[in-house]
Design a protein around this ligand. Structure first.
Ligand code: UDP
Length: 315
């Protein structure tokens, strides 16, 4: 029986990964400090025999008894609102937290998968972004607490691979959405959906011509599962995301229409260093993992709108 440790296990992506690894027969240890994660995301798993939860902050030295075969480092505030609120802690999670989880993987002889991000490409001058692109990042801009920290995490992971032979894999994750996102996490999709369902103005930043490529969470989890479990991928970095690219104004209009909302679309100032475009080149994921997303934006948004509708009725 194989055991996986998932840091950030109570978060949006982490909790879906707990579900997937349990469904595949793994022993799952979830670790989370609840800084931005919530026990609600794991409530359905407490009491299951192959599931354990440890409330812990990965910026502290980590000790976990017993064997571990795979470490997934998914702890980290990931929405701009969160990481701008917890600037230094975000940097600690992706420096000390990455160091401690890599050290744990080394000590246990475990494979290691780092949750990196499309943010490491910054405001890209190459479009779409392949893994070979080095990025265009402002090292002292507001987003640097996140993107530079993730760049450091990637460098440290590769150092553990080259120095200690740890089987490290890096997933560069582009925008993901779906059930269990927090209503108030500040990102475009949950914000627009909640605004549309409440018939409040939908707040588009800038002129809305900036683009993003949105991946539904079940597709992303499948990509991570493949990257984590396939043999022979030590030292590989792979983009995971949906290459369908939309402007933010198109996103706002689609959400409004699918939610059957009469909300107005209003324009607010664009945050500093907001990337103008972002779209993954997923040729490498297709080649190495046989993976590509199958859920289109409208279908994924319908599921997500239904989820937020239920959440709003509960509150
Ligand atoms: N955005 C927006 N209105 C909002 C929240 C976000 O127009 O209420 C924009 C944001 O400026 C960015 C895009 O939507 O251009 C995606 O933002 P998000 O925070 O979801 O992801 P990220 O910027 O990290 O890709």
């Amino acid at each position: 029986m194989a055991t996986v440790l998932i840091t950030g296990g109570a978060g949006f992506l982490g909790s879906h990964l707990c579900d997937r690894f349990l469904a595949e027969g793994w022993e799952v240890i979830a670790m989370d400090s609840f800084l931005t994660g919530t026990p609600d995301n794991l409530a359905h798993l407490f009491g299951q025999s192959r599931f354990r939860f440890i409330k812990y902050d990965v910026t502290q030295y980590i000790f976990v008894p017993g064997p571990i075969d795979l470490v997934l480092h998914f702890a980290c505030p990931a929405s701009p609102v969160d990481y701008l609120r917890y600037k230094i802690h975000t940097m600690k999670v992706d420096s000390l937290g990455t160091l401690h989880t890599l050290g744990l993987a080394k000590a246990k002889g475990a494979r290691y998968l780092l949750a990196s991000t499309s943010e490491i490409y910054g405001d890209p001058e190459v479009h779409p972004q392949p893994e070979t692109y080095w990025g265009h990042v402002n090292p002292i801009g507001p987003r640097s607490v996140y993107d530079e920290a993730k760049r450091f995490s990637e460098a440290l992971s590769m150092a553990y691979y080259h120095t200690h032979g740890v089987d490290v894999r890096i997933a560069r994750i582009f925008n993901v959405y779906g059930e269990r996102m927090r209503m108030n996490d500040g990102r475009a999709i949950p914000t627009f959906i909640v605004q549309a369902l409440r018939q409040e103005p939908i707040t588009v930043y800038g002129d809305g011509t900036q683009t993003r490529s949105f991946c539904e969470v079940s597709d992303l989890v499948d990509g991570v599962y493949r990257l984590a479990t396939r043999p022979g991928l030590a030292g590989e970095v792979v983009n995971l995301g949906n290459p369908e690219e939309y402007t933010i104004i198109e996103l706002a209009q689609t959400v409004k229409q699918l939610a059957g909302s009469s909300s107005k679309i209003v324009f607010q100032p664009l945050p500093a260093d907001d990337p103008k475009r972002r779209r993954p080149d997923i040729a490498k994921a297709e080649r190495l993992l046989g993976w590509q997303p199958v859920v289109g934006l409208r279908e994924g948004l319908e599921r997500t709108i239904a989820y937020f509708r239920r959440k709003l009725e509960e509150t």
